[in-house]
Design a binder for this molecule. Structure first.
Ligand SMILES: Cc1cc2nc3c(=O)[nH]c(=O)nc-3n(C[C@H](O)[C@H](O)[C@H](O)COP(=O)(O)OP(=O)(O)OC[C@H]3O[C@@H](n4cnc5c(N)ncnc54)[C@H](O)[C@@H]3O)c2cc1C
Length: 489
C-alpha cells in the first residue's frame, strides 16, 4: 500500500548525483516542476569520492592561460584514446558542449585548482591541457551544484526528497508515468510526465558488475561508493530496456584489497600505490603469482601497464622492495591529501595492515602467495639489470637500486573497477531504448547508467564520465522543460 503520494511533476529525476543534479537544475530553470529523489541522505553521489576531473575545450579558462583548443580537437583525441570505440553521436554531442559546461561552472564560482587546466598522467594523457578539477576535487563540483539546487528548492521549482529509494515505475497508457519506492515512512509514489534515471553505475554490486565484465576479471576490486548498485539499469530492464554488452574493461591500478571487506578496495582517499612515474620514480618491482615481472614499472603509458596487469593470473600484482628502497624512495603509498610521508610509511610497515615484511625473499613470497623460486630468479635478474643499467626483459629505464637487503617488503594490489562500462541504450533525446530499438515512452537516462563505453570506449579518457553526465544532464533538463512547454502549447 502506498503510504505517501508525493505528487505530480513535469519531470521526476531519480538520483541526485552528477547527472541528476544537472538535469533537475536546468529543467527547473526552464520552467518545469521537478521532483528530485535520492536513496541516500545527501546529494552528490559519486562526486563525494571522485577526483572530479572534468574536461572541455575552448573554455574561457584555457584562453586566459593562452591555450588554443577546440571541441573538434578534443573529440579527435577522444577518438584516439578510446580507439574509436565510443558512441560517436553521443560522445560528440557531449564534447561539443563540454567547454560551455566548464564556463558555466566557472560562472557559478567553481573553486578551480590553480594548476588547471592541466595534464593528468593517471590515464592516457591529452596533448593539450583541457582537464580541470577543484580544490576539493569532486566535492568542489557538489558545492556549486548544491548552491544552484538550493535556489530552485527555495523558489519551489524543485522538490527534493532524500532517503527515497526508487524501486519501480508507474506505467499508464503505455508510457512510464511515475515511480514507486520506499521512503523513510514507507512506500511512496510520484507521478511524472517524464522520468529520468540518473542512478549511476553498478560496480558496487559484484554479481551485476560481473555480468558485464569479461571472463577472468571477476575478482576486480570494487573501488566506488556503495550506492552504485545498478538500480536504474535493473528497473529499466524490467521495462524491457536494452543494455550494451561490449565486454570492454580496463582496470584502475594501485588499489589495495581491504582486509576488512573482501572484494572491496581500501578507500583510495586513505591509500593507494602510486604507479604513475610522472608522480613518483618507481624503486620497486611488480611481480605476478609466478614471481615474474610483467611490465616495465616505469612505463609512461597507463593503458600499457593496465592491459599488462589484465593478462596476469587473478589480475593481481605484488609490489616488492627492501630496506634500502624503503629508506631511499619517496613514499610508495599516496592519497589525495598528500599526507603519506616516509615516517608514515615506516609506521605502516610496522602495522602490517597491508604490507608484508619478511627476513628472506622466500618467506616474503610464501606469505604473499607468490612462487618463491620464481621471485628469487626475478630479483636476481632484476639486480643484474640494475648493475648493468639496462633491463633487457622489459626495457625499464629507471633502475635506481638493487633489491637485496632484509627486511624485504611486499604489498598486493589487484586490478579494480570504479565505473560501469556498460549500460542502458538511449536515442538522440536520451530516451531509453527497448530491445527492439524503440524508445520507452516517458523514460530517459543520463550519466553512468549509460555505461562509460559510450564516452570512453575501451579506455579511460580524461573527464569523460563526470563531464558527459553534467553536460548531457543539463541538455536533457532543458529539453524536457521545453517539451513540457510545447506540449502545453
Ligand atoms: C574513485 C573515483 C574517482 C573518479 N574520478 C573521476 C574523474 O576524475 N573524472 C570523471 O570523469 N569520472 C570520475 N569518476 C566517475 C564519476 O565520478 C562517475 O561516473 C559520475 O560521477 C557518475 O555520475 P552519475 O550522476 O551518473 O551517478 P552518481 O554520481 O553515482 O549518482 C547516482 C545517484 O543516484 C542515487 N540512486 C541510485 N539508485 C537509486 C534509487 N534506486 N533510488 C534513488 N536514488 C538512487 C545514488 O544514491 C546517487 O546519489 C570517478 C569514480 C570514482 C569511484
Amino acid at each position: 500500500m502506498i503510504e505517501e503520494n508525493i505528487g505530480h511533476f513535469d519531470v521526476v529525476v531519480v538520483g541526485a548525483g552528477t547527472g541528476g543534479l544537472c538535469t533537475a537544475i536546468e529543467a527547473a530553470a526552464g520552467g518545469a516542476r521537478v521532483l528530485l529523489v535520492d536513496k541516500q541522505e545527501e546529494i552528490g553521489g559519486m562526486l563525494h569520492i571522485a577526483n572530479g576531473e572534468f574536461s572541455g575545450a575552448g573554455t574561457r579558462r584555457q584562453a586566459a592561460h593562452g591555450i588554443s583548443d577546440t571541441p573538434e580537437d578534443h573529440f579527435a583525441e577522444v577518438m584516439r584514446l578510446s580507439h574509436g570505440k565510443v558512441d560517436e553521436r553521443l560522445a560528440w554531442r557531449s564534447v561539443r558542449a563540454q567547454g560551455e559546461t566548464v564556463d558555466w561552472l566557472e560562472g557559478h564560482g567553481f573553486a578551480f585548482d590553480p594548476a588547471t587546466p592541466g595534464l593528468v598522467h593517471g590515464h592516457e594523457v591529452y596533448s593539450v591541457p583541457r582537464t580541470y578539477w577543484g580544490v576539493e576535487h569532486g566535492r568542489s563540483v557538489v558545492a556549486v551544484l548544491r548552491r544552484l539546487l538550493e535556489e530552485r528548492v527555495a523558489d519551489g521549482s524543485v522538490t527534493l526528497r532524500l532517503g527515497v529509494r526508487v524501486e519501480g515505475a508507474v506505467v499508464a497508457d503505455g508510457r512510464v508515468a511515475g515511480v514507486t519506492g520506499t521512503g523513510r515512512g514507507g512506500a511512496v509514489a510520484a507521478r511524472g510526465d517524464a522520468v529520468v534515471l540518473a542512478t549511476g553505475g553498478y560496480d558496487a554490486d559484484p554479481a551485476l558488475r560481473n555480468r558485464f565484465l569479461p571472463p577472468g576479471c571477476e575478482n576486480a576490486l570494487i573501488a566506488c561508493l556503495d550506492h552504485a548498485t545498478g538500480d536504474g539499469l535493473v528497473l529499466a530492464e524490467e521495462l524491457g530496456a536494452a543494455t550494451s554488452g561490449d565486454g570492454y574493461f580496463i582496470p584502475v591500478m594501485g588499489l589495495i584489497p581491504d582486509p576488512g571487506r573482501p572484494g572491496f578496495a581500501v578507500d583510495y582517499r586513505e591509500a593507494f600505490v602510486e604507479v604513475a612515474p610522472a608522480y613518483r620514480t618507481p624503486h620497486e618491482i611488480w611481480v605476478n603469482r609466478d614471481g615474474a615481472r610483467f611490465v616495465a614499472e616505469d612505463t609512461t603509458s597507463p593503458e600499457h601497464r593496465e592491459r599488462a596487469l589484465l593478462r596476469q593470473p587473478g589480475i593481481e600484482m605484488h609490489v616488492i622492495w627492501d630496506r634500502a628502497v624503503a629508506e631511499a624512495a619517496e613514499p610508495l603509498l599516496r592519497n589525495g591529501a598528500g599526507d603519506w610521508t616516509r615516517e608514515r610509511m615506516r609506521d605502516e610497515h610496522d602495522r602490517g595492515r597491508w604490507i608484508v615484511t619478511a627476513d628472506s625473499l622466500e618467506e616474503l613470497a610464501e606469505r604473499l602467495g607468490v612462487d618463491p623460486g620464481g621471485l628469487a630468479e626475478t630479483v636476481r635478474s632484476y639486480n643484474e639489470a640494475v648493475a648493468a643499467g639496462h633491463d633487457p626483459e622489459h626495457g625499464r629505464t629507471t633502475l635506481p637500486l638493487p633489491i637485496r637487503e632484509a627486511p624485504y617488503y611486499g604489498l598486493t594490489s589487484v586490478a579494480a573497477s570504479l565505473l560501469s562500462r556498460d549500460g542502458l541504450r538511449v536515442d538522440d533525446d536520451l530516451a531509453v531504448l527497448d530491445r527492439e530499438g524503440a524508445p520507452i515512452a516517458g523514460l530517459y537516462a543520463v550519466g553512468e547508467v549509460l555505461g562509460n563505453n559510450v564516452f570512453a570506449g575501451d579506455n579511460y579518457v580524461g573527464g569523460m564520465s563526470v563531464t558527459p553526465a553534467m553536460t548531457l544532464g543539463r541538455e536533457l533538463g532543458r529539453a524536457l522543460a521545453a517539451g513540457r512547454k510545447s506540449a502545453r502549447g
